[in-house]
Design a protein around this ligand. Structure first.
Ligand code: MN
Length: 747
């Protein structure tokens, strides 16, 4: 247990002007008050308030806070009274202990209303003096450090509450170090195996990367010194909890994490931060999209730093944070660091600091939150307001039975369904949000009540995998689609082969196919079906493998023949079109419909799915669009007004919510089809072509059919920038005397 003089020494180290007598009085008072009380560990109880005070000396807090920490459990747990404390110490210390005593009476239980009420009390107590919160957080930290002595249920409840409320609150107050420790301790208690595994891996990682970290530290320091920037460079491993939550969030394995080590460059002044950034960026290539300047735009909790990621000397990703000493202190200690600068003005780095804690951004947030309290919401509403504020990156939704489902921001009803149960996710076909039908890809908002419609035979479309935000949903979809997609491909492949053999006039059975398996280099007929369904193998090759003497006249180069020439598109059934798209020998709908990943700029579609436009009419930016998922084909984009969509009305699981992802000023063109009715007279086609050319439209194809003696119908496939562009062309065509009608066609 910490001795009396040790406590004084600790405070004196950062505050030479400390009131030693006051500290000694508090020590003796609390020691007498707690007497022979013991903690669950068997230690004398008095060790606890001393440890809490010690944590606060690390944050270099003032005498009143340290004394309040020493006394924090006396009023509730001993014969001590507030009056006595006010008399023996000071009204300020009395007020702090009063706040802490009120908090002590909170024993959070799992009921939401009670939790809300407690949280409200917590913030009310803090409202009077933010130092109450600092003592409370230190109190919680010490309790978490000694949680091992508690009964399992109690441990779980306290650890959950710490993760739920105290750790985010510490983060919100900018106290990163405290937050890290609270989170790690919670993980250690909630998931001991996970924690142990991660800790072991981190240790192994730290062993193997020790020399690399040293190399980078030295290299960076030298490069900075060469530019006249004195700097401290330190590499540090991420904490188990932050690694675990990243693995969960992104559903990746430890080995896939590229940012286990982060480097910090601490310099003297703000200009030196940018100087250091220049040195870093001219030394190594940067990783795009990873640069963030929280110096020019500080976070709400006053965090300031420059973040960037580069490809380091050994071709590995290196995450860097660049900041001054003062910024570093705020990043570590947050609102507690502001307390330090109370009496100080400018520091040696020439930067001014908030003179009072009340001026810090974190404290402003706290103030606003507390003002909300004063508006007298019910505890539940309050919890929703505040707890939700606290968890800016989370949304809280409910099942119809009132079960709370916490999800990361951006989550969809699909994520919700998987969070409830994997089976619910796999069979989800629709959702009601707050009683109204809603697309499964709608972004959920706080407080939404979500009801999932299920269909037993349903399986999740593969495209969902990239649309969901939770790791759980992603992993489950991957599992479910792997089997379902294969089954669908195989079904499609079988249909394609049935038809191919029929056209060839040859009989076909699994038995016959089995004989040809060695020639096709596949193990089972199912493998062949799946390969054909996926478009990896051509039906013609299968026919030839089964009937080696068969002559395929289509592959001999007569594309327009009988069954599937490009001009026949309009007469084919939907199935035939589907198949035609699958086969490379069918005419591509767009000349430029290249590789899927550099294909059509549509958001809401998995990167590995091929995307094509509706065969008759296309779609252009400005159109409201939907994607229809077809196994073996990918996603086909239809404008919402397309009549062809009626075909999919009974298959809601194939509908994808998609959006355009086209930058302004992009050169991308999109397919559209026009129907123009014109008067039969010489040169009319040239006139129409001129209008389109004048508007910078590209004509891909023109077909004319003389309808009557007087009129001709002209179908024009063209490529335009967007809907506005298309409409301008249509208007101009209509203005031509020789044009009696001009319409967009929506296949
Ligand atoms: Mn305590």
């Amino acid at each position: 247990m910490m001795r009396q003089y040790e406590l004084v020494e600790r405070v004196k180290r950062y505050n030479p002007a400390t009131d030693e007598a006051l500290l000694n009085r508090a020590y003796v008072y609390a020691m007498r008050a707690h007497g022979t009380q013991k903690r669950a560990s068997g230690d004398p109880f008095f060790a606890h308030p001393l440890e809490v005070a010690a944590i606060l000396t690390d944050l270099r807090l003032d005498d009143a806070t340290i004394v309040a920490a020493v006394l924090h459990d006396t009023v509730e747990d001993t014969a001590a009274t507030l009056e006595e404390i006010g008399r023996l110490f000071s009204p300020e210390i009395r007020a702090l202990v009063d706040g802490l005593t009120k908090l002590k009476r909170l024993d959070l239980v799992s009921k939401r209303a009670v939790q809300g009420e407690n949280f409200r009390k917590l913030l009310l107590a803090v409202a009077e003096d933010v130092r109450v919160l600092l003592v409370k957080l230190a109190d919680r930290l010490h309790n978490m450090r000694t949680l091992g002595f508690m009964k399992p249920e109690k441990r779980t409840r306290i650890a959950e509450e710490t993760l739920d409320i105290y750790a985010p609150l510490a983060g919100r107050m900018g106290m990163q170090e405290l937050r890290d420790e609270l989170e790690d301790l919670s993980l250690q208690n909630l998931k001991p195996e996970v924690y142990a595994t991660l800790a072991k891996r981190l240790e192994a990682f730290s062993e193997t990367s020790k020399s690399l970290i040293k190399t980078i530290e030295k290299d960076l320091t030298a490069r900075l010194a060469a530019q006249g920037i004195p700097a401290e460079v330190k590499g540090r491993l991420k904490k188990p909890y932050s690694i675990w939550s990243k693995m969960e969030r992104k559903s990746v394995a430890f080995e896939q994490l590229s940012d286990i080590v982060g480097f910090r460059i601490v310099v003297g002044t703000t200009p030196q931060c940018y100087g250091a950034l220049g040195v870093v960026h001219t030394s190594w290539p940067t990783v795009p999209g990873r640069y963030k300047d929280y110096i020019s735009t500080p976070k709400q909790n006053d965090y300031r730093s420059i973040h960037t990621t580069v490809i380091g000397p050994k071709r590995q990703r290196v995450e860097l944070q660049i900041r001054t000493h003062a910024m570093d202190e705020i990043a570590e200690y947050g609102i507690a660091a502001h307390a330090l600068y109370k009496e100080e003005g400018e520091r040696e780095d020439g930067e001014s600091h908030p003179r009072l804690a009340t001026e810090s951004g974190a404290y402003q947030w706290l103030r606003r939150t507390i003002e909300l309290l004063a508006e007298g919401d019910s505890p539940e509403e309050f919890l929703e307001h505040t707890k939700l504020e606290l968890f800016q990156d989370q949304v809280f939704c409910f099942t119809p039975k009132g079960r709370l489902i916490a999800l990361p921001r951006g989550a969809t009803p699909i994520d919700f369904a998987y969070a409830v149960h994997t089976d619910v996710g796999n069979s989800a076909v629709g959702a009601k949000i707050n009683g109204r039908m809603s697309p499964l890809l709608h972004e959920l908002a706080n407080g939404d009540e979500v009801e999932i419609a299920r269909s037993d035979g349903a399986s999740p479309p593969a495209a969902w995998e990239s649309l969901v935000v939770t790791g759980k949903a992603r992993a489950a979809i991957r599992r479910a689609t792997r089997t379902a997609v294969r089954r669908q491909y195989a079904g499609l492949g079988r249909q394609i082969l049935d038809r191919a053999f029929e056209r060839a006039g040859k009989s076909f059975s699994d038995e016959k196919l089995r004989g040809a398996l060695p020639r096709l280099a596949r193990a089972t007929p199912d493998d062949v079906f799946a390969a054909v369904g996926r478009g990896e193998m051509f039906s013609g090759d299968v026919v030839k493998a089964v009937y080696p003497d068969f002559k395929d006249n289509r592959s001999a180069g007569s594309p327009g023949s009988a069954q599937g020439g490009p001009d026949g598109a309009g007469r084919l059934s939907r199935k035939d079109q589907t198949i035609r798209l699958t086969f490379p020998e069918g005419s591509p709908e767009r000349a430029d419909g290249g590789a899927p990943d550099e294909g059509i700029p549509i958001r809401g579609v998995a990167g590995d799915l091929p995307v094509s436009f509706a065969p008759n009419g296309g779609a252009v930016p400005g159109d409201r669009i939907v994607g229809i998922l077809t196994p073996g084909v990918g996603v086909t984009i239809y404008p919402i007004q397309s009549t062809a969509l009626a075909d999919f009305d009974n298959e809601p699981e194939r509908w994808l919510d998609v959006r355009w992802d086209v930058e302004a000023g992009s050169n991308e063109r999109f397919p559209a089809r026009l129907m123009v009715e014109s008067i039969n007279e010489p040169g009319v086609l040239a006139q129409i072509a001129q209008v389109i050319a004048d508007h910078d439209g590209n004509i891909d194809n023109v077909r004319m059919t003389r309808r009557t003696q007087d009129f001709t119908d002209i179908v024009i496939d063209l490529a335009v920038w967007d809907l506005k562009h298309l409409n301008a062309i249509v208007m101009e065509l209509r203005a031509k005397r020789s044009v009696s009608r001009a319409e967009r066609m929506n296949g």
